[in-house]
Design a protein around this ligand. Structure first.
Ligand SMILES: C[S@@+](CC[C@H](N)C(=O)[O-])C[C@H]1O[C@@H](n2cnc3c(N)ncnc32)[C@H](O)[C@@H]1O
Length: 257
């Protein structure tokens, strides 16, 4: 690094679920002022298009059959660009602090003396709740919200799911599409009622978002069919309140399976 170049800062920014009107003003300004933009596959084209002409744009996620970059590659690129004095924006879908690996990135950059700042975004669970008209907490029904994900090994969900038996907890499951049946079994084994309502939301925030409602018992027998978009699963009494506001795309699959 040339001694005359001041290392740039890296902004770790949440893009929200897609539409730019669901980005925070701070997030929009960050992208509009970026000298370099590294963005995930879940970031919308609209959000990326906010970057100014001349901004270096790097797509880090899986696209067009190409594998995603490794976390190490992403870290090194951010470091290199920041050392050139650029204002680097690392744009992530939803909120960067929720399954966004933001802690690892901040720690890596900090170890090299690069300052970071986080800009929050609307996470998928909040976008889904708003779009399909259900609360994540609800007086007398849901006092807690758990943001979680599931890892399956040899057909069983890894980890301790006993807290999932809590009937007053809303469980928002990220990256759980394939693991959903095993996860549902783990929750039932833990003591959660099979009648517990479940909402499966695909592409929350988008105009073509899809809602499927089912029950925990039904979910144990197979994943809800989806169209390939990102999927969030919400387990809890509040899921019974989910409804398609347009009443078109809704699929009620209580009898499915
Ligand atoms: C790596 S995590 C990132 C989560 C993101 N940081 C957030 O706060 O929403 C990716 C997972 O989030 C969920 N997700 C992200 N965007 C979504 C959306 N628009 N609709 C439904 N689920 C979404 C899916 O479970 C997806 O597999």
């Amino acid at each position: 690094m040339s001694s005359s170049v001041q290392p740039g800062r890296v902004l770790l920014v949440g893009a929200g679920p897609g539409p730019v009107d669901l980005m925070t003003v701070r997030a929009m300004r960050a992208v509009q002022g970026a000298g370099a933009l590294l963005y995930d596959a879940l970031c919308s084209e609209e959000a990326v298009a906010l970057a100014p002409p001349g901004c270096i744009r790097i797509q880090t996620g899986k696209r067009a059959g190409k594998p995603s970059m490794t976390q190490h590659e992403i870290n090194r690129i951010m470091l290199r660009l920041a050392r050139r004095g650029l204002r680097v924006v690392r744009l992530k879908g939803g909120d960067p602090s929720i399954f966004g690996r933001v802690g690892e990135e901040a720690a890596f950059l900090s170890a090299y003396g690069i300052a970071t700042e986080m800009v929050p975004g609307v996470t998928a669970a909040c976008a889904a709740a708003a779009q399909f008209g259900f609360p994540l907490t609800h007086r007398g029904q849901a006092r807690r919200v758990v943001f979680t994900t599931a890892r399956v090994e040899n057909g069983a969900v890894v980890g301790d799911w006993r807290s999932g038996a809590d009937a007053e907890a809303t469980i928002a499951i990220y990256m759980g599409g394939e693991a959903a049946p095993d996860l549902a079994k783990a929750l039932v084994t833990a003591g959660r009622a099979t009648s517990t309502p479940v909402a499966v939301i695909e592409r929350a925030g988008a105009a073509d978002a899809r809602l499927t409602t089912t029950s925990l018992g039904t979910l144990t027998s197979g994943p809800v069919p989806t169209c390939g978009g990102p999927v969030l699963i919400v387990v809890g009494e509040v899921a019974a309140l989910a409804q398609d506001q347009t009443s078109k795309a809704v699929e009620r699959l209580r009898d499915w399976a």
